[in-house]
Write a new protein. Structure first.
Length: 158
């Protein structure tokens, strides 16, 4: 993480208790953490504030699909988007990344994986960050090995 704090992150999650914990983590690197709890507020706030990063719970919208994530990506093409989910099925991760997320982090691993994944995404890296024993945070990648514990994943595989 850079010593310089980044301006703004948008945190979108319907679960207030979880959002508070996430906010505490994100405040270590962002000057402002703006929290929203529904899809409409996510779009309105992203449009108004133009944050550096959006950390969004995939269950934010009530529907079964991730069309809202595609719309957010289309509306804010420069926004870095990190998807959070309780679901660890590869199909969920793949759908989130295909819909426009830059990274995917399992909620159960946020305490250990969120900040390293944020660093990777903000650095513009397209790679999978994973601890050797348990991959929890995945980002889009090109497919080459980089440093120990970090492996790039081809977009075609995600």
């Amino acid at each position: 993480m850079s010593a310089e704090r980044i301006k703004c992150v948008l945190l979108a999650d319907r679960h207030h208790g979880l959002s508070e914990g996430l906010r505490s983590l994100l405040e270590t690197i962002f000057e402002a953490v703006v929290m929203v709890a529904d899809e409409h507020s996510l779009f309105e706030t992203a449009r108004r504030l133009r944050p550096t990063l959006a950390v969004v719970d995939l269950s934010l919208a009530r529907g079964e699909n991730l069309r809202w994530l595609e719309q957010l990506r289309a509306m804010c093409p420069d926004l870095k988007i990190m998807a959070l989910s309780v679901h660890d099925e590869p199909s969920v991760r793949e759908a989130a990344l295909q819909a426009g997320a830059d990274a995917f982090v399992l909620k159960r691993a946020m305490a250990t994986d969120l900040l390293p994944a944020v660093d990777a995404v903000l650095a513009g890296e397209r790679q999978a960050w994973q601890r050797p024993t348990a991959p929890h945070a995945i980002t889009r990648g090109s497919g080459s090995q980089t440093t120990e514990g970090i492996q790039e994943v081809p977009d075609s595989l995600l």
